[in-house]
Design a protein around this ligand. Structure first.
Ligand SMILES: [Zn+2]
Length: 153
């Protein structure tokens, strides 16, 4: 991982305010977010996926085999599909949902301080931030602006 890659994350997430230390800020809770959006979330036995967003029913299913931290990541991703109005799952939608989840779950300050502590030890950074490697990649990727996909169409 290159530090220069970290500079890209500029967040559009509204709950983040300048000057507030990360530790004092309530962490993003995708369960609460789904509740506010009126989206029911059901935990079920899923054989082929970790999570599913059903646009026609406005519902999310989460796999029951996930640990709580992984469930949080998957739910943040599925909420991303819902908020971004996705109706199918081409790679660009998967990327946009990952990016959405990453920007909500991982603030630039959290990422910077984890990198300061752990350098290029990606597993240690993932462990501290409690995110999947996919979301970590999405959080520090310089290749997509946060609102790139919101403006599409
Ligand atoms: Zn997805």
């Amino acid at each position: 991982m290159h530090l220069s890659a970290l500079r890209a994350s500029r967040s559009t997430v509204p709950c983040r305010s300048r000057g507030v230390r990360v530790s004092e800020h309530p962490p993003y809770d995708p369960w609460e977010h789904a509740r506010r959006l009126g989206i029911p979330v059901h935990v079920r036995r899923l054989r082929k996926s970790h999570g599913l967003w059903f646009p026609d029913y406005g519902e999310i299913l989460l796999a029951d085999h996930l640990k709580p931290w992984a469930q949080r990541c998957v739910l943040a991703h599925e909420v991303g599909h819902a908020v971004l109005g996705h109706r199918d799952d081409p790679p660009e939608n998967e990327w946009a949902a990952d990016r959405y989840a990453a920007l909500n779950l991982i603030s630039p300050a959290m990422l910077t301080s984890a990198v300061k502590r752990h350098g290029s030890d990606v597993p240690a950074i993932r462990k501290e931030l409690r995110v999947t490697s996919r979301l970590l990649r999405a959080a520090y990727s310089p290749f997509a602006a946060p609102n790139l996909y919101h403006e599409k169409g």
